[in-house]
Design a protein around this ligand. Structure first.
Ligand SMILES: [Zn+2]
Length: 207
């Protein structure tokens, strides 16, 4: 893998931070990486698992695709180290959301809205940290504005996951037109989903 200096430096910094904090750091030569949960196998482009203490990203794709994923997952690790979202209600929000998506539990309307708001707030905080790193490191040549648009496509999709009661089958940032029409700034309200975006994602990203 040929990498420019800034990429090497940041990867070294992240790897060192993992070592210092007892986290296994894996850059896997595969497209996706697997997290073995007790009940199921979960495949994704990358993950940070606090219980298993693993930060893992699949790198068998262009670096400008996998590197932002690595930054995003690394920032979930930073959130965890900073204990930014440690209250019980935050920890259980992800589990409740997953269980609800898997039809393992039922949530009333208010509870569901609350759970999704919490998960989305944590993701928004993570996206904000990632965007800041891109802005602070222009030598990476990854557009921060372009990143916000992709981040917004993810954050807006939570309202649609609620509607479909399904996790995304395809990441919304892979739909070019959907990303194009996203705002290039972080929003306060991600429940009012732009109409064209909604139509595209419902058609392309769910089963
Ligand atoms: Zn995330």
């Amino acid at each position: 893998m040929k990498l420019s200096v800034i990429y090497k430096e940041l990867i070294a910094e992240m790897a060192l931070s993992c070592v210092k904090n007892g986290i296994t750091f894996i850059l896997s030569n595969t497209k996706e990486v697997k997290l073995q949960d007790e009940s199921k196998e979960f495949k994704s482009s990358g993950f940070f698992a606090e219980e298993e203490k693993i930060l893992s990203v699949g790198t068998k794709k262009p670096i400008k695709e996998w590197f932002p994923t690595l930054l995003h997952e690394y920032n979930h690790m930073i959130q965890w180290l900073e204990e930014a979202f440690v209250e019980d209600k935050h920890l259980s929000a992800y589990e409740l959301f997953w269980d609800w998506l898997d039809n393992k539990c039922e949530l009333d309307k208010d509870k569901l809205r609350n759970v999704i708001n919490i998960v989305r707030d944590i993701e928004k905080d993570c996206e904000y940290r990632t965007w800041t790193m891109l802005k602070d490191n222009p030598e990476l040549k990854i557009s921060p504005d372009g990143y916000i648009k992709k981040a917004n496509s993810y954050l807006y999709s939570f309202a649609l996951m609620r509607r479909k009661r399904q996790w995304l089958k395809k990441p919304p940032y892979r739909i070019k037109r959907a990303v194009e029409i996203m705002p290039a700034k972080f929003m306060k309200d991600y429940n009012r989903v732009p109409k064209e975006f909604q139509e595209l994602i419902l058609k392309e990203c769910f089963r």
